[in-house]
Design a protein around this ligand. Structure first.
Ligand SMILES: NC(=O)c1ccc[n+]([C@@H]2O[C@H](COP(=O)([O-])OP(=O)(O)OC[C@H]3O[C@@H](n4cnc5c(N)ncnc54)[C@H](OP(=O)(O)O)[C@@H]3O)[C@@H](O)[C@H]2O)c1
Length: 292
């Protein structure tokens, strides 16, 4: 495909709470930071270019979090893209802090979430955050208290839509009693299907499902994947993305990369269509692995 024709729109669209619509191939901005998701990137100019190229290819959903860097990912997004194109939706997260490289600690207390939202608004240079995700439930804070805080921030106009990450179906049901939930972000790929039932629940309830680690960190190999990739003259990572897009109309993959070449490959996967047989063979990979 001609590079000029590459467009995330080929993946089709998904609705976020009936209020916003985005192309079903987004961008995950976690890996734009320094090593260990810590500090600034080695190549700042190159990183800004990746973000700009994503938008040029009509990527209109960018996922980030205050903890990526910390703060670095949000700052880079604003530096590269502000003033934002009207159609760009930025989803950020809070409640999962970074005391050091590769270290993560919970804080989804109402006081912290309020502070976190203020910080994200400032770094992203926004008056209102389109999609705000509770990064992960905090085991020592009432889940309802965390969600109620996000609902209040929505009523105050600081958040447009509320979303969750790293949750079970029970969490989603409890949250929906407080506020509409527009998306759920859990770890998921064709080979990693712990959250299949959450994908199904989201599809039945019109909630977007955002799979993180959608490529298995570039290590998605395996006989089946390679055979299908060869048949399409595509890369295994493109096939992994095409499988996700086919898995559910509510699926919104957000592959992350710091390379323009990989970004272009990932966006090209928006046009890759698997046959029924190819889809089924990949669907059955976890069973195949379990039986070996
Ligand atoms: N909610 C959560 O708790 C949570 C947790 C983790 C991640 N996330 C979100 O999900 C996004 C994606 O997850 P992820 O970054 O862990 O996993 P991923 O997107 O599956 O994998 C990223 C890795 O794959 C490589 N890669 C990307 N495109 C490639 C390609 N076309 N060919 C070969 N390698 C490629 C990247 O390296 P290069 O830079 O070299 O391309 C990077 O090492 C993150 O950016 C973040 O926004 C959320």
């Amino acid at each position: 495909m001609n590079k000029k024709e590459l467009s995330a729109s080929a993946a089709g669209d998904v609705s976020l709470g009936g209020e916003l619509s985005v192309h079903r191939l987004g961008f995950g901005a976690m890996r734009l930071t320094g090593e260990g998701i810590w500090g600034p990137p080695k190549d700042r100019k190159g990183t800004l270019a990746v973000l700009r190229r994503a938008v040029e290819m009509h990527v209109d959903f960018i996922d980030t979090a205050d903890s990526y860097g910390p703060h670095v990912s949000e700052e880079l997004i604003a530096e590269a893209l502000f003033p934002y194109p009207a159609e760009l939706v930025i989803g950020t997260k809070g409640g999962w802090n970074r005391p050091g490289p590769n270290q993560w600690t919970h804080d989804a207390t109402p006081a912290h979430l309020r502070k976190a939202v203020e910080g994200s608004l400032k770094r992203l240079r926004l008056d209102r955050i389109d999609v705000y995700q509770l990064h992960i439930p905090d085991p020592v804070v009432s889940f309802e208290a965390s969600v109620e805080t996000l609902a209040q921030l929505r009523d105050e106009g600081k958040i447009r839509l509320v979303a969750l990450s790293n949750v079970t179906q029970e969490h989603i049901e409890r949250a929906r009693r407080i506020v509409p939930i527009v998306s759920v972000q859990n770890r998921y790929s064709f080979a990693d299907r712990e959250w299949d039932y959450v994908v199904d629940y989201c599809e039945s309830n019109g909630i977007a499902f955002i799979p993180w680690f959608p490529l298995g960190a570039g290590k998605v190999a395996g006989e089946v994947l390679n055979q299908i990739a060869e048949a399409h003259r595509a890369s295994p990572t493109q096939v992994a993305l095409a499988w996700l897009l086919r898995r559910s109309p509510m699926m919104l993959p957000i592959p992350g990369t710091s390379s323009i070449e990989h970004l272009e490959q990932n966006v090209a996967a928006a046009s890759l269509r698997l046959t029924d047989e190819e889809y089924r063979r990949l669907f059955e990979v976890p069973e195949l692995l379990a039986s070996r």
